[in-house]
Structure formats: structure tokens, C-alpha cells
Design a protein around this ligand. Structure first.
Ligand code: AP5
Ligand code: MG
Ligand code: ZN
Length: 215
């Protein structure tokens, strides 16, 4: 099964993707995670991406599309995959359609995790992310606190606050989402692939709504 996870910054794409990986046994492909991993390694692509991420802007389409093209050519995707945070522009969506077409494949579901802007700001301001990129678990100081302060429940690594999780950058990410990514909702609705899920409420309940929408 090939799934796109759509939704604003902080809507819970990563949180739900981690649970779906367990349930469906297919990998999560997060372009944001790929850029953060590249930055950690200090590659030119990672350093270039950082200049956009720090401002809350989108990394240029040609860079992102190249990264996804490379990832989609790997051999671990036979059972499918989840795209988290890609596509984010109409150009990316059309490029994805072309890539899939050339592989004789298609998307099964575009799941929109729908959360109002003010809730997104609260979620991102309190998010804590696991520093171990192989784990990458997300917590929230109020809504989903780790058992021990600053320590990942799952792997025991340190938790940190992402550089782009500050109020100014969060506002910019929201504006970018509403201007450049929200048009994809109609794009996938027109293809009859949109599954809109209400994204406010307990994490487990939202997971149940997503399962119902796709299984
Ligand atoms: P990316 O890493 O994709 O960030 P994002 O889209 O802004 O989304 P987030 O990862 O911030 O949120 P999420 O939806 O995963 O929420 P999470 O589950 O963590 O992208 C970062 C940057 O990279 C972009 O700004 C851009 O520069 C660049 N980039 C990436 N992809 C790109 C692309 N395709 N094109 C161009 N540029 C690209 O949850 C958030 C918080 O809420 C957590 O603390 C969590 O514990 C909490 N939470 C989750 N669910 C709930 C709930 N139900 N109730 C209460 N709290 C909850
Ligand atoms: Mg994420
Ligand atoms: Zn961890």
C-alpha cells in the first residue's frame, strides 16, 4: 500500500506514521527526516536544506524531488510505503505521479490529518524529538510527556527541541503550508484519493480513524 500523509506542521504526521509502520510493516519516508539526517552528516544537500528549514521555507522542488526519486528506487519498498511531508507543492505532486507512472504504480490513499492552526502552534511549541535518528520518536511536554524528563521512552536517548520549533518559524511554516501545500487537498480529492481525518483528540483515537479510512 502506498500512502501520502498530508497535514500542517505539527498535525501528527510523524506520530501517526510511526504507529502505521508497526501496523502495516511498510516504511515511513519523511523528507524532513532525510534532510535532518543529511545535515547531521554534514552533506552539501543537508547544509543547503538547512538554510530553508531554519526560515520555515520549503526546500526547492528540484532538490526534494531528487531526494525522493533516489529513495523510491531502493529495494525495500515492495509492500509499499508512507510518504510523510511529501509532496508539499503541486510541482512535487506532479513529479511523484510521473515517478509512479514510470514504475507502473499508483497511490492508494492521501490521508489528510486535519488540525486547526492554533492547535498546531501549541503542539510544535511543546514538541520534543528523540536525538537518535534511527528512533526519532516525538513527545510533547504537556500532551504526550516522556516518562522521564528529556529522555526518550523508547530508546533512552536524549530529547531535543527542533531548531524550527520556535514561534516565529512555526508561523512561517503555517503560512507556507496554507499557501503552497493546502492546494494539494483539492488535487487528491479530484483523484478520489483524499481521506480526511479529524486530527484533534487522543493520539490512539486518531490512529483508529486513519485505520478506518485506509483498511
Ligand atoms: P517536516 O519535518 O516534514 O516538518 P513539518 O511538516 O513541519 O511537520 P512536523 O514534522 O513539524 O509535524 P508532524 O505532522 O510530523 O507532527 P508530529 O507527529 O511531530 O519538515 C521540516 C522542514 O523540512 C520544512 O519546513 C521544509 O523546510 C523542509 N521540507 C520537508 N519536506 C519538504 C518537502 N517535501 N518540500 C520542501 N521542503 C520540505 O507531532 C507534533 C507534536 O504534537 C509532537 O510533540 C506530538 O507529540 C504532538 N501530538 C501529536 N499528535 C497529537 C495529538 N493527537 N494531540 C496532542 N498532541 C499531539
Ligand atoms: Mg514530522
Ligand atoms: Zn528514541
Amino acid at each position: 500500500m502506498r500512502i501520502i500523509l498530508l497535514g500542517g506542521p505539527g498535525s501528527g504526521k510523524g506520530t501517526q506514521a510511526k504507529m502505521l509502520v508497526e501496523k502495516l510493516g511498510i516504511p515511513q519516508i519523511s523528507t524532513g527526516d532525510i534532510f535532518r539526517a543529511a545535515l547531521k552528516e554534514g552533506t552539501p544537500m543537508g547544509l543547503k536544506a538547512k538554510t530553508y528549514m531554519d526560515k520555515g521555507e520549503l526546500v526547492p522542488d528540484d532538490v526534494v524531488i531528487g531526494v525522493v526519486q533516489e529513495r523510491l528506487s531502493k529495494p525495500d519498498l515492495d509492500k509499499g510505503y508512507m510518504l510523510d511531508g511529501f509532496p508539499r507543492t503541486l510541482g512535487q505532486a506532479k513529479a511523484l505521479d510521473k515517478m509512479l507512472e514510470s514504475q507502473g504504480k499508483s497511490i492508494n490513499h492521501a490521508v489528510l490529518v486535519d488540525v486547526p492552526d492554533e492547535e498546531l502552534v501549541k503542539r510544535l511549541s511543546g514538541r520534543r524529538t528523540c536525538r537518535n535518528s534511527a528512533c526519532g520518536a516525538m513527545f510533547h511536554v504537556m500532551f504526550n510527556p516522556p516518562k522521564a524528563d528529556g529522555v526518550c521512552d523508547i530508546c533512552g536517548s536524549e530529547l531535543y527541541q527542533r531548531d524550527d520549533d520556535n514561534e516565529k518559524t512555526i508561523r512561517e511554516r503555517l503560512a507556507v503550508y496554507n499557501n503552497q501545500t493546502a492546494p494539494l487537498i483539492q488535487y487528491y480529492a479530484d483523484k478520489d484519493l483524499l481521506r480526511k481525518v479529524q486530527g484533534v483528540g487522543p493520539i490512539e483515537e486518531i490512529f483508529g480513524r486513519i485505520e478506518k479510512a485506509i483498511l
